[in-house]
Ligand binder design. Structure first.
Ligand code: FES
Length: 325
């Protein structure tokens, strides 16, 4: 039984893989939004995303499909589909039935990730999140990547960012930290200034988290060191999410010190996420929580985030269509 009354998936761009997970000629199965997708990359280098179940007799193209001349071939009887989902070849058949096609998903490759656009009513995609200049700059290290599989709803994950009270309790930040939340249309910025003990010393920290839509966040740490974190959370189904993060550290003058620092920062950043996971995995979502004065703008955040959920009618239709598929 779902622990939240919310639809499982908001509408927006979601990262479904890191780019290195889909080299040329590769096929990759993806579970997202309670559905099965297949990614493939042809000789032209373009990543494509299609519904995974073949319209013929239902084989999963992500389980044994292969790339052939820019198309993906079904493992069962060899039907081939192009990047737009059109069937372009059926071995031994004179003609291709008009209904022989797969849904093609809008796709964008950015900042080292492959994103698809999900909309419960099939609307045209919004602008994808922006390119992050640090990804291309020689002044910054190549990203350190991490992925977490979490038994939680996306809402539990995203609203964590404005839950001011948990930063001191779960992450040992100074309770006097200041947190501001500025929503702007489909984006928002959270600014967190704080202090905490690290390796026995008090360290001031300054963090700005910029969300682009319901899932994609670019966080910039300017103190005590300079780091960018690109994170995206993917609803796998009603009960499960995947979080992918790329940690990009600014290069220092001493290469040996940088190597040590990278290891420490990566370990610490992953530990911070792991501290939250047992809470998310066991909590319930209260629509009307009892809040205190130090809680941060939780309800303001929820009212901003609501814009991404499909209307209840659309959500019901999506669930029904999934059941008959
Ligand atoms: S099930 Fe895909 S070709 Fe037959």
């Amino acid at each position: 039984m779902s622990r939240t009354p919310l639809p499982s998936s908001p509408n927006g761009w979601f990262q479904v893989a890191f780019d290195h997970e889909l080299p040329r000629g590769a096929v990759r199965a993806v579970r997202a939004f309670g559905q099965r997708l297949v990614l493939f990359r042809g000789a032209d280098g373009e990543a494509r995303a299609l519904d995974a179940y073949c319209p013929h007799l239902g084989a999963d193209l992500g389980a044994g499909g292969r790339v052939l001349s820019g198309t993906i071939e079904c493992p069962f009887h060899g039907w081939r589909f192009d990047g737009d989902g059109r069937c372009v070849a059926i071995p031994g058949a004179q003609r291709i039935p008009p209904a022989a096609r797969l849904r093609s998903w809008p796709i964008a490759e950015l900042n080292g990730g492959i994103c698809v656009y999900h909309h419960a009513e099939g609307r045209e995609p919004a602008d994808p999140p922006p390119a992050v200049p640090e990804c291309e700059s020689q002044e910054w290290h190549s990203p350190m990547r991490a992925q977490f599989h979490i038994r939680a709803h996306i809402q539990d994950f995203v609203e964590n960012v404005v839950d001011a009270a948990h930063f001191s309790r779960v992450h040992s930040y100074d309770p006097a930290s200041t947190l501001t939340f500025e929503p702007r249309g489909a984006t928002f910025v959270v600014h967190l200034e704080s202090a905490r003990r690290f390796l026995g010393r008090e360290v001031r920290s300054d963090l700005r988290i910029h969300y682009f839509g319901p899932s994609y966040a670019v966080s910039r740490v300017s103190k005590p060191l300079e780091m960018v974190v690109i994170g995206s959370v993917l609803p796998v189904d009603d009960e499960t999410i995947e979080y992918r993060a790329s940690f990009i550290l600014k290069r220092g003058r001493l290469r040996a010190l940088d190597a040590i620092l990278k290891r420490i920062v990566y370990r610490q950043a992953c530990a911070e996420i792991r501290n939250d996971i047992p809470i998310w995995e066991n909590k319930r979502y209260w629509e009307h929580p009892v809040l205190a004065s130090n809680d941060g703008p939780v309800m303001k955040f929820r009212s901003w985030y609501r814009q991404f959920y499909p209307s209840s009618a659309a959500a019901a239709a999506e669930v029904a269509s999934e059941r008959v598929r």
